[in-house]
Design a binder for this molecule. Structure first.
Ligand code: AP5
Length: 235
């Protein structure tokens, strides 16, 4: 949607985006991706979610990825790019896409440009969410996800009404195995060494690069995110 569009302006001017959400573990990429897609439509592609699904299903990819994920290391670029290529082969070119947790290395970013070029598309926006490390550690230690519907809660900031039970579907809430303190420390180190350099990479890329402070309540981050995308300011 374009800035200034309102719920009663119909049909809205549809703006087909390819957005990359960059930022460290726990900063709120998944939370904001879901909210954006819920309100403007499009496809949310989270490589973390796709990999966890592959691990649960015991596919070849899942079996290869599990060891890397358990240690908080990155899954090899070639496996990730194959996964993305497969996924995009079924995505309509008129669909907006929000990438969450991908790309994570320069090689993945360059690979993505190639895959998108093949379908005459390109990255339009890169949004970097920022928060200090002590806040990230607190968020990750308190995160709980529903095994049935995937809803994400936080024991510190958004506690479920009954302990261990999803407030949406009553499914069981669990802690992600890679949210244990030692793995979190490694994920933060891996982010700094392998993913943070993408900020510099995208500063000389045709996509627009915006930074958003994630140290504010979820609704306020959402407003700042939408403003960064220029898509209107109502939640
Ligand atoms: P992945 O699943 O992508 O994890 P991540 O990038 O580390 O990010 P997270 O999902 O932990 O955090 P998030 O930023 O989405 O935060 P969320 O919204 O949940 O990757 C997992 C693993 O898979 C990797 O370690 C790697 O092994 C592998 N992998 C994945 N992609 C890969 C790739 N491309 N290449 C190679 N390997 C790959 O929020 C966190 C918590 O905070 C929640 O509880 C939420 O409710 C809460 N919260 C959110 N916003 C706020 C707020 N504003 N205030 C207070 N609380 C908040």
């Amino acid at each position: 949607y374009e800035e200034g569009s309102s719920e009663d302006a119909w049909p809205p001017t549809v703006y087909v985006m390819v957005v990359i959400l960059l930022g460290p573990p726990g900063v709120g990429k998944g939370t904001q991706a879901v909210r954006l897609i819920d309100s403007v439509g499009g496809e949310h592609i989270s490589t973390g979610d796709l990999l966890r699904e592959a691990c649960r299903d015991g596919t070849d990819l899942g079996l290869e990825a599990q060891g890397f994920m358990d240690k908080g290391e990155l899954v090899p670029d070639l496996l990730i790019l194959d996964l993305i290529r497969d996924h995009l082969s079924t995505t309509d070119s008129e669909t907006s896409i929000v990438f969450d947790g991908f790309p994570r290395t320069i090689a993945q970013a360059e690979g993505l440009d190639g895959v998108l070029l093949d379908v005459a598309r390109g990255v339009s926006e890169v949004v970097v969410f920022e928060a200090p490390e002590d806040e990230l550690i607190k968020r990750l230690s308190g995160r709980r996800s529903c095994t049935d519907c995937g809803a994400v809660f936080n024991l510190h900031f958004d506690p479920p009404t009954s302990e261990g039970e999803c407030g949406r579907c009553a499914g069981p809430l669990v802690q992600r195995s890679d949210d244990q303190p030692d793995t979190v420390k490694n994920r933060l180190r891996v982010y700094e060494s392998q993913t943070a350099p993408l900020i510099e990479h995208y500063s000389s890329h045709p996509a627009s690069l915006k930074r958003v402070s994630a140290v504010q309540p979820v609704n306020d981050v959402q407003l700042a995110f939408r403003a960064a995308l220029g898509i209107g300011l109502t939640v």
